[in-house]
Design a binder for this molecule. Structure first.
Ligand SMILES: Cc1cc2nc3c(=O)[nH]c(=O)nc-3n(C[C@H](O)[C@H](O)[C@H](O)COP(=O)(O)OP(=O)(O)OC[C@H]3O[C@@H](n4cnc5c(N)ncnc54)[C@H](O)[C@@H]3O)c2cc1C
Length: 436
């Protein structure tokens, strides 16, 4: 009988990605410490969409019931024209994703999702150290240097510190600030009851759906949250924040003026908004590699594949990263296999996340078309044609949809590990043990 290996794993950042990795790895018996710069745990922002590729992982971790209890299952996914709200494309979500992919599509408040992951991590024995700002990494040991605290030494370090990642800059050996994308987001919550009492708006909340309005240089995404009591609104428009400001309280009149030529229902909805903030949307360049050649350090989530929100997949990809790491840490038998484990993780994750990042960025061009022949052709395809490969409703595309929703992080990781044990995983150094 082989001795169960227990590795010490340090994770920088307690966002959705860092917590997912902590859960995945702690579930299989390793000792996980998360170092988080904030003095209190939580998530900023409002709603988040959990697609089936992410909810499938929650199901495996026995967390789906808890998340579902505070979620809403949208019925349809609806793309509308900005001028009059005309429905151009409709894709069923519930019960479709459960029947087709065996996992639900959910809408949840970020704070609820984060709390459930935090509680599970703690239940599994993960130590979360708050007020711990990582300022340096020794890639050889490996260890991390935490501001004002002793050096933290581990067997492997995972940088999950988000878009403005210090870990990424340390790995690259240079500064790598996020770049502007030209867009910003208003993130808004209104009371759904205010809509139920409104003649023009009640139809939007009678049946939970994801509604998108597509217009020139901008779009709106709306859905119900928290048992249908809240309505989440994200408005994307061209960035007009001052150069040095990434988030600011927004002027409601300016927001309403920007959307004044839009569907009267959307305008009525914006009249209900009491307050909101503007968040600059930033991004980073694709990295050549996410890991250090020493084989004891790797990145995950927004730190290495920040994804614009258009496809609603950024956090889902970070959760997939955590699940793949968890599956590989379940299989590892000796410390010397760690460099190969990280090679396998990066190999199976990078190709997918690159495709998702590109898919999300390209959706911006599809959503934000100006009125004209291109937009007319997009609308014609959406409203008149059966979905085909490259269909403008990316969630209905018969090739892209199964790629996105059908991915099983555990199946991919186990398959890769088997190939590795058989000496067939490219880039690994033969540290596998053929008798296992
Ligand atoms: C408007 C908008 C809507 C979105 N909607 C969706 C959606 O519907 N579905 C979806 O899947 N995704 C969505 N996303 C994307 C999603 O929010 C992100 O991809 C996801 O939250 C990234 O998680 P993360 O854990 O990688 O990074 P983060 O959430 O950024 O977490 C990083 C953590 O690291 C900590 N940290 C940073 N630096 C240090 C340091 N030096 N030392 C210690 N700790 C540190 C931070 O405090 C933070 O807790 C959306 C994004 C936006 C902007």
């Amino acid at each position: 009988m082989l001795q169960q290996l227990q590795l010490r794993v340090g994770i920088v950042g307690a966002g959705l990605g860092g917590l997912a990795a902590a859960i995945g790895i702690a579930r299989v018996g390793h000792k996980v410490t998360v170092l988080e710069q904030a003095s209190a745990l939580g998530e900023v922002g409002a709603g988040i969409q959990i697609p089936p590729n992410s909810s499938r992982i929650l199901k495996r971790w026995d967390l789906l019931d808890k998340v579902e209890a505070v979620s809403v299952r949208p019925g349809d996914f609806i793309l509308r024209s900005y001028r009059d709200g005309k429905i151009l494309s409709r894709q069923n979500v519930f019960p479709y994703t459960e029947e087709q992919y065996g996992a639900p599509y959910l809408h949840v408040h970020r704070a609820d999702f984060h709390r459930i992951l935090t509680e599970e991590a703690i239940r599994l024995g993960v130590e979360i150290q708050l007020d711990s700002t990582v300022v340096g990494v020794d890639f050889q040991k490996p260890s991390v240097f935490v501001k004002g605290k002793p050096e933290f030494v581990a067997d492997v370090v995972i940088g999950a510190d988000g878009l403005k990642s210090v870990c990424r800059e340390l790995l690259l050996g240079r500064q790598d600030p996020p770049h502007l994308t030209g867009d910003l987001a208003y993130r808004i919550i209104v009371k759904a009851d205010d809509m139920r009492n409104h003649a023009e708006l009640k139809a939007l909340v009678e049946k939970p759906c994801i509604n998108y309005w597509m217009g020139p240089d901008s779009h709106a995404v709306c859905y119900l949250l928290q048992g249908g009591s809240l309505y989440n609104i994200v408005l994307i428009r061209p960035d007009n924040l001052p150069e040095t400001v990434n988030k600011a309280r927004a002027d409601l009149q300016e927001m309403r003026d920007f959307f004044k030529g839009w569907d009267p229902r959307l305008r009525a909805l914006l009249d209900l908004v009491q307050e909101t903030s503007k968040w600059r949307l930033q991004n980073s360049e694709e990295m050549l590699t996410w890991s250090h050649p020493n084989g004891r350090f790797v990145l995950l989530g927004d730190a290495c594949h920040a994804t614009l929100p258009y496809l609603a997949q950024g956090a889902a990809q970070a959760v997939e990263d955590g699940a793949v790491l968890g599956a590989l840490f379940e299989k590892v038998q000796e410390k010397s296999q760690l460099p190969d484990l990280l090679v396998i993780y990066e190999a199976i994750r990078k190709a997918r996340t690159t495709q998702v990042v590109k898919g999300s960025t390209s959706l911006r061009d599809i959503f934000h078309m100006h009125d004209g022949p291109q937009q007319q052709e997009r609308d014609r395809q959406l409203s008149e044609q059966e979905p085909f490969e490259g269909f403008p409703n990316r969630w209905a595309d018969p090739v892209f949809q199964p790629f996105l929703f059908g991915y099983d992080a555990y199946v991919e990781a186990y398959r890769a590990w088997r190939a590795y044990l058989n000496g067939r995983f490219p880039g690994t150094a033969g540290r596998f043990r053929t008798h296992l």
